[in-house]
Design a protein around this ligand. Sequence first.
Ligand code: URA
Length: 441
Amino acid sequence: MTMQEIILKKRYGKALSNEEIEFFINGVVDKSIPDYQTSALLMAIVLNGMNEEEMTTLTIKMAESGEQNDLSYIDGIPVDKHSTGGVGDKCTPLIMPLVATFGVSTVKLSGRGLGFTGGTVDKFESIEGFNVALPISSFPELISNCNMAISGQTPDLAPADKVLYSLRDVTGTIDSIPLIASSIMSKKLAGGAKGIVLDVTCGSGAFMKTIDEAKALSEAMIKIGKLSGREVVAVITDMNQPLGRNVGNVSEMQEVFEILSGNVIEDVVEVVSVLSANMVMLAGKNDGMNMEELINECKLRLTDGRALEKYKDLILSQGGSLNSNGSPVYVDYPNDCMRVNATEDGYITEIKADIIGKASVKLGAGRQVKTDIIDYGAGIGFFVKVGDYVKRGDCLCALYLGNEHINEDDKLFDAAEMITDAFSYSSEKPEDKPVVIEVLK
Ligand code: URA
């Protein structure tokens, strides 16, 4: 078997055998296949696709390319959630304590932000002392402490994905359903969960721009789950505007604390409750409740203080600091340095999430390249959402910078210009759109 033959086979649109996929993944990991051949095959997959069996074999081989997490110490069925990426996505710090109130344990291996989407690990690191560099061997103790453990992804988890993802990033081969589905699902399989709830974001701030694309990706991941013995639920959610009211690390964690303290920020509460209810159901901890009852129960527990108590347990369990009033101590604070105002009268019809994500990176809240250093205080706080009516000159949002960056005016002017362009207006009120679009199983 040679790599040239495998590339040619896929170039002519034929299905690869299990042996050929295994040969490819082994060669990627042991570096016997050069990057140019790997890239050629990736492009052939983008152009000619993969059938369900090929996708599943690719996923399993990628999952088996490194360490596999054994979650047998968890009481009951281990469940996990994953988002395909969004702007203002602060769901994980809300979901972990919420499902813990039902006795559901979560072990999260999360990523850092890169490009215009933020990373959960960076958000937790904005809490003073919170340790996300934990070895997998410490998880059983953390789970017995408080049912929750979160850490950055170890280099040993699905190493084949790391090689493939970095090549895809620079060879125009990111947006391919078989490649995205196998990349996400390989990490989930290696993570050890038996039930997986996927937040498949859809819209300007997501990989999948249309509902049809989001459905196709969801169906591919559900199929891979079935063929590899995992139960998968895909929740398609709207990402045509940032989720919630804040984008940025500390500002999003402040929003998390606000919600847990009883301030209902509707779109976040809706998405978090639907994702959590599906996790509780997959874990079999629904206590006789049907899905509708479970979603309502999640909404209640999220904001009535029960999830807040668990959140504090999580922070303390991983070394984070709390003030005497129970709020987290952050590594920096958002300083309100500039306001962006409406340029027209009208209803807001769109707040392009990808542009907002890029503006927040410009402010310093994210990274353009892996080595960039984050300004944890940087971010954007919104006073309006799609559907709100504004008059020209009304304030749309505040731009934040951390304590050591407050004089960096260039960043503020660049970001303000981008944000102004992200808003669209109309004299007609746009139709109300649900944030949870569809749930697929
Ligand atoms: N997230 C991943 O982990 N992989 C992809 O390919 C896309 C999004």
